[in-house]
Write a new protein. Structure first.
Length: 148
């Protein structure tokens, strides 16, 4: 699958009422899903060179990485380049000490020349920003510490 095909698939989802889409070829499995309260498309899963797996239901989950004091580690939903601001001249989406609510944009992750707004999955206070601006990040890498 090349970049133009991927852009076409994302465009199709944005223009339609599709909420989930899964594509599987011999060496690629791509699953895209749109949360019901958001207009943005989020990449839920990407696997390459794997055996077929059983589909998992989209059930609400307790945030992973929660600690006893109510803080948890917000992890990257994808591989890409981490940006704290929408553009170099704009202020950061969030700073340490900011109070956020579910659905607030925390950062942008650029993946394959597509800017993806990353939204918080719960509200709270930003305790720590764990990544510098404009650096490459991995899937599941800790980005923020948030206290509920």
């Amino acid at each position: 699958m090349d970049l133009s095909e991927l852009k076409g698939i994302i465009s199709l989802m944005q223009k339609s009422d599709l909420t989930d889409l899964e594509i599987e070829t011999q060496d690629l499995k791509l699953r895209l899903g749109r949360p019901s309260e958001s207009n943005g498309i989020q990449v839920h899963q990407y696997e390459q060179n794997t055996a077929p797996s059983h589909p998992t239901p989209n059930l609400p989950k307790k945030p992973e990485g929660s600690t006893e004091d109510g803080a948890y580690t917000f992890k990257s939903p994808m591989v890409g380049t981490f940006y704290r601001k929408p553009s170099p001249d704009d202020p950061s989406f969030v700073s340490v000490g900011d109070i956020i609510k579910k659905g607030d944009v925390l950062c942008i992750v650029e993946a394959m020349k597509v800017m993806n707004e990353v939204q918080s999955d719960l509200g709270g206070e930003i305790l720590e920003i764990l990544v510098e601006d404009s650096v490459s990040i991995e899937y599941g890498q800790p980005l923020f510490k948030i206290r509920k």
